[in-house]
Design a binder for this molecule. Structure first.
Ligand code: NDP
Length: 323
């Protein structure tokens, strides 16, 4: 038997005791030690967006734990592994469960320097933050290029992005709707804070040039306003939709300022990129700062916590102690 959160077609969700014969297909069984709650998990658990492909579903787009059994050649019992994305928690039973049966193709080895708890403090949010940083770097943005803006700063992606960029020497400006979190954001390394309301209303197609680059988790008018203020030749890594799915802008920043707008996806990112991102996290993220982002809960607290992340009330990262 194992314990898992299950969401059902009628919109209900509960922590249940399940028989292992109900586990889905897969060639690796994992004893899950920690999982997490990301924004997408909030959407799945509350079913505010139709993300679940079939019911009942065990949510949890992330997990960290130890291989119990494996018929996949790459993995042996006792291996410490991480899983992020690949539709886990949406189309395949996910990490909010004491046992997970998954494809060995989806797993990444856990860097030696991380515990399962630290890996989940990072989770999809932190790994996506690193993908965004790597995207800006590939574009050629360096610490001496100028200020980098991070929106949704107090959230999971935003918090980790600030910590990484600041450690790498960038001057980071954090956009937040929670001015009371300024001390937290400064402790992560933000050099300055701006009020997200200055970005959230429909704006002008081109504003004064300010940002060398930006990481945007909000979408909608925020992303349009960010694009309007990127300096000539700069870039935006757009990864989220906390404000909305819509995006209304004009061609002007693209054709007059050589703006590059990169979409950043974590779910279907290729293995090589994932492994590079996790290796970079092991090198470039201060685990002391990571700890300052974490709130730990148990499986029994997940249902209560899920709506809070959608309401923007969670600071940093939630880790779920599973095993
Ligand atoms: P969080 O809920 O932890 O953070 C989101 C933050 O966005 C909030 O903390 C808040 O920060 C800000 N925010 C909330 N509502 C609004 C609003 N109406 N307008 C502007 N800002 C708002 O989520 P995550 O950091 O985990 O994820 C952020 C986004 O990135 C989500 O949309 C998520 O789905 C997406 N994402 C995408 C991935 C991908 O693969 N493409 C992977 C991971 C995440 P503050 O209070 O500081 O303003």
């Amino acid at each position: 038997m194992f314990q898992a959160i299950q969401v059902n077609e009628d919109g209900s969700a509960a922590l249940r005791e399940l028989d292992e014969s109900t586990l889905p297909d897969g060639d690796v069984d994992i004893d899950v030690e920690y999982s997490t709650i990301n924004y997408k998990d909030g959407l799945v658990i509350t079913q505010r967006m139709p993300l679940v492909k079939h019911f009942p579903m065990v949510p949890g787009i992330d997990l960290a734990g130890v291989v119990r059994t494996s018929t996949h050649p790459a993995w042996q019992p006792g291996d410490r592994v991480i899983l992020n994305g690949y539709g886990v928690g949406e189309s395949h039973w996910g990490g909010l469960s004491t046992c997970a049966r998954v494809s060995g193709e989806w797993l990444v080895p856990m860097p030696d320097s991380f515990s399962s708890r630290q890996a989940m403090a990072i989770g999809t949010a932190g790994y996506t933050a690193m993908l965004c940083v790597m995207t800006l770097e590939r574009h050629g943005i360096r610490p001496d290029s100028g200020e980098v803006l991070v929106t949704g700063a107090s959230g999971g992606v935003g918090s980790v992005a600030i910590a990484i960029l600041s450690r790498l020497g960038y001057r980071v400006v954090a956009s937040t709707g929670r001015p009371e979190e300024a001390p937290y954001l400064k402790a992560l390394g933000a050099a300055a804070i701006i009020d997200r309301n200055t970005l959230s209303a429909p704006g002008v197609p081109m504003a004064e040039e300010r940002w060398a680059g930006a990481i945007d988790t909000a979408g909608s008018h925020t992303l349009a306003n960010v694009c309007a203020a990127v300096r000539y030749g700069g870039a935006v890594a757009a990864t989220g939709l906390a404000q909305g799915l819509d995006f209304h802008t004009t061609m002007l920043p693209f054709v007059l300022r050589n703006l590059a707008l990169y979409g950043v996806d974590s779910v279907r990112a290729p293995q090589a990129l994932r492994r590079e991102a996790w290796a970079r996290l092991a090198r470039d993220l201060d685990t002391g700062l990571l700890e300052s982002m974490v709130t730990e809960i148990g499986l029994q607290d997940v249902l209560q916590c899920a709506p809070q992340i959608l309401e923007g009330r969670i600071r940093g990262r939630i880790v779920v102690k599973v095993g």
